[in-house]
Write a protein that binds this ligand. Sequence first.
Ligand code: SAM
Ligand code: SF4
Ligand code: SF4
Length: 340
Amino acid sequence: MAVQDVYQRALRNLRISVTDRCNLRCAYCMPEEEYVWLPREQILHFEEVSALADVFMDLGVDKIRLTGGEPLLRRDLPELIRLLAAKPRLRDLALTTNGVLLGEQARSLATAGLHRVTVSLDTLRPDRFTALTRRANHAQVLEGIAALAPAGFRGTKLDTVVMRGVNEDELADLIEYGQTVPAEVRFIEYMDVGGATRWSMDKVVSRVEMLEALGRRYGRIEPVVEESTAPADRYALADGTVFGIISSTTEPFCASCDRSRLTADGMWYLCLYAQHGIDLREPLRRGASADELKTLIAGAWGRRADRGAELRLRLRDRTPLVQIGRLREDPHLEMHTRGG
Ligand code: SAM
Ligand code: SF4
Ligand code: SF4
């Protein structure tokens, strides 16, 4: 039986960041060149991640997503995937990546037992990619996506952060590219999370606007009716192509949020917008038993009243969540440390 928080939301989904480092510098996440990185000795070993995963599974978690920073930068990642994939209670083991290193790693990830991959892809245009990420790796990302199906992956998703004046004219092109992969494309509203230091409301393209633009291009768009706690609402075009919209900024879905996040150094965050986390590394390294960790985690989840995006929606003059000075003082506030 999954533990429940104060709004009866179960603990089911855990996003585990395996590194805070990244080989891209996306404008909406990590716009600077240099950051304060987590100290190496504080990064959890795979056995520690696996032990924590067992405790979380005792409390109801049955879905794990590996993320980062860029998770494929973590050395020997397939070893962690092997440890997690061997757990019979885990129904879903997924990975979110920027795709740069996917071409060379897709097969070993599949062999290790990874179930599904989501690749972040914001543009089909190499020049835009370079401007948005400050790195010229667009071709490598497309090669990485192309390597997924031959490696045996199904259920691939492509996540696109839509930003006004940057890529909002590519929605249809991305859907059509997704058909060729094949992959379901999900459009994410630009969020004012830590790291999005240049965020402003006028750069957010809302779900309503996206649907209007796609309706003009494709005609009738039908919502896909389904029971799910997944963040994306899914829609179908007349030819059956399905895409998703994650309207985290204009129509948040906190009411059904069953997700929490573990950083690479073992801090546990109950909400993407939370300003404080719970240190699980310290008790783990002190030798706390699985029961003690279970009590700590269950207690914190039981008190969880977070609904960060809903509260942000009520703000009048909305500015980025955290100012740059505070981000430098505490790297845990960054999106690339939280894992998105
Ligand atoms: N590096 C990997 C990647 O980019 O897929 C995994 C980590 S990244 C932090 C996870 C996801 O967070 C990506 O899909 C990224 O687009 C999303 N993300 C980062 N900053 C965001 C923002 N300000 N608004 C919406 N999504 C954001
Ligand atoms: Fe971009 Fe992901 Fe790296 Fe953030 S962590 S800069 S979203 S690739
Ligand atoms: Fe969940 Fe927090 Fe995001 Fe709301 S803002 S959906 S509570 S992580």
